[in-house]
Design a protein around this ligand. Structure first.
Ligand code: SAM
Length: 264
């Protein structure tokens, strides 16, 4: 296949065999897995994954790529292509419908919507065994960053509260056609088990983390002013003079669970 890659769909097709092999080895598909690939493109990962697992469901937004994917898959295994925007795919319902407890998700993601895709998958974490994604290296660095790091922020906190984040290896621009402008990395995400997951209200947690990092140079009592006062912050065992970038993910959970004066 050699259609002209479409910029508007974030198409950068992987062509270097050694990286394709490393990604497939990291995923290590087994015949009883229910594998879902986001954005199969021309099939660089699709066909080796299909060969290993025997079946695969792929979600692709670009209709033009689908006939060729189906034709090439015919001799390899059972490929189901869902023509959809991945952000509209309900992974929990998919697992239900397919009669499997959980999905394994993989993909060389379209970079223009990589964060929305991550948040979308995290919302379905209970229906997912693991995820292997190719992303901009800068995004993977932010996902895995620890408190105190310059790139620690909202993405680090929200992802680390839902998943174990394991950066695996970097991939240079030359491994893709056309080459993206940035370096890429492959990351593994393993959703936390039910007893490891936080029990804060998701909307409240989201609001607290967003406000805290919107003004990351400010103290928490300033940054969270609209949500809670210094006394409420202290009651969560957090110093109101601290800055968001120094807090561990668990600190944000305690802040989200504090009853503010207006609710008492
Ligand atoms: N997996 C292929 C590879 O590694 O060569 C293609 C990866 S390319 C970076 C991203 C793929 O995601 C493209 O095939 C693109 O058409 C598809 N895509 C873009 N936006 C999408 C969306 N919202 N939902 C599903 N697929 C999308």
């Amino acid at each position: 296949m050699s259609a002209r890659p479409k910029k508007s769909f974030g198409q950068h097709f992987l062509h270097e065999r050694r990286y394709i092999e490393r990604i497939v080895a990291a995923i290590s598909p087994r015949p009883d897995d229910f594998l879902v690939e986001i954005g199969p493109g021309e099939g660089a990962l699709t066909f080796p994954l299909l060969a290993a697992a025997g079946k695969l469901t792929a979600i692709e937004l670009d209709t033009d790529l689908i006939p060729e994917l189906n034709a090439r898959a015919a001799d390899i295994g059972s490929l189901t292509i869902v023509h959809a925007d991945v952000l509209k795919v309900d992974f929990t319902a998919m697992a239900h419908r397919e009669g499997v407890s959980r999905l394994r998700i993989a993909g060389n993601l379209p970079y223009y919507i990589s964060s929305p895709i991550l948040f979308h998958c995290v919302a379905h974490a209970a229906a997912i065994t693991d995820m292997h994604f190719m992303l901009q290296k800068e995004v993977v660095d932010r996902m895995a960053a620890e408190p105190g790091s310059k790139v620690y922020g909202r993405l680090s906190v929200m992802l680390q509260l839902a998943c174990r984040v394991e950066p695996l290896f970097d991939v240079p621009p030359g491994a893709f056609r056309p080459p993206p402008k940035v370096d890429s990395s492959v990351v593994r995400l393993i959703p936390l088990s039910p007893d490891e997951r936080h029990d804060a209200d998701p909307a409240r947690l989201h609001a607290v983390v967003k406000a805290a990092f919107a003004q990351r140079r400010k103290t928490l009592s300033n940054a969270l002013r609209q949500l809670m006062d210094a006394e409420a912050i202290r009651s969560a065992d957090v110093d109101p003079k601290a800055r968001a970038e120094t807090l561990a993910p668990a600190d944000f959970v305690r802040l989200a669970k504090v009853q503010v004066a207006s609710e008492r």
